[in-house]
Ligand binder design. Sequence first.
Ligand code: HSE
Length: 437
Amino acid sequence: MKPVRVGLLGLGTVGCGTVNVLARNAGEITRRAGRAIEIEMAATRDLSRSRGCDTTEFQLVQDPMEVVENPRVDVVVELIGGEQRAKALMLRAINNHKHVVTANKALIAVHGNEIFAAAQTKNVMVAFEAAVGGGISIIKTIREGLAGNRIEQIAGIINGTANYVLTGMRDQGREFAEVLADAQRLGYAEANPSLDVNGVDAAHKLTILAAIAFGIPLQFDKVYTEGIGQLTRGDIKYGCELGYQIKHLGIARRNGNGIEMRVHPTLIPKRRLIANVDGVMNAILVAGDAVGPTLHYGAGAGADPTASAVVADIVDVVRALTTDPENRVPHLAFQPGALASVDIVAPDMFETAYFLSLTAVDKPGVLADVTRILGDLEISIEAILQKEPPGNENTVPVIILTQRTRERHMNQAVSKIEALDAITRPVKRIRVEHFND
Ligand code: HSE
């Protein structure tokens, strides 16, 4: 089948991320979508600028209208941001019967009602997963996964830059402006970073979330909005001393009189999961009457995470163009003929660290025997604890934390340790995962 041809508007942080993800994962993406996806043309203001992606495989132009007018382009991906120009381009693309994918939250929040109406008359898709929560697929989750619920509340850290700034001020005691400059350098902030600081970016995103959660039109002008510009390191420190973290939240919830939509700094008890979401990470709590509270977490900004959502939307469009409409998403995510035969790793080849709990007779040389067994199998020890014996027993609990090793080495080690006369009970092992790589 012929590849689907994409026209990109914008080759900034997210545009280049999209080029890279499409190239890096081309094989798997084709197996999921049912057709290859190729970039036909990309529009960028500065043709000569060096950038972090390979642009040699497609045509570069300066005028984005050339992309939306190009009859070879099937799907337009709008990543230039801003409102008026992006809106004109998107409406033109829709008018030309092209499906559109966008990461532009301002455009959807402010002009979405008009854009969706136009798309409906032309029978084309407008996909905007990347507009909220970066790489978290929160739009799809609310719209599809939680479709059986009456949504009661949404509360989210939905601006990665603001969260990065607050975390940097709290953890490193750094100045607001200095951390914000880092967020800009890392590609998290908007082209106009005051949108991140004054809460408007979060308000755009909350507008979209509230619309899909409660089935209401997009109403950006009704969102109460405060930014983080007034917060000092003192506020953050004193909040911490009282047991709270300060987070910039977007909240949309039903109350007896209607729906509240508000964006502002908020103190949250430290024990709440959402209070521990730091740096550029976003997290969105969605509470439904059937499912209860759910929390969705991931990188909220940056090239690859945002591109992850953009590419997912492109795949959705391609599936709709390609497959039987009644069987649009393959049951196993990949097209039925494209399932791969890959070995499943046998348990003895698993690799993990271990917490070992031993019961040992309290006499000299026992620990030396145990550590020798581990050493002979090249299992490194991270920590050892010998605890007080419970009651009057002459055995003691010994806890050993190891570094990562293969399961089969640990199986051998445990057999040998259990064979020692001084080990009186089976060794209990609990696997340890740090999730830090
Ligand atoms: N500037 C935005 C943020 C980018 O920091 O969250 C992702 O929408």
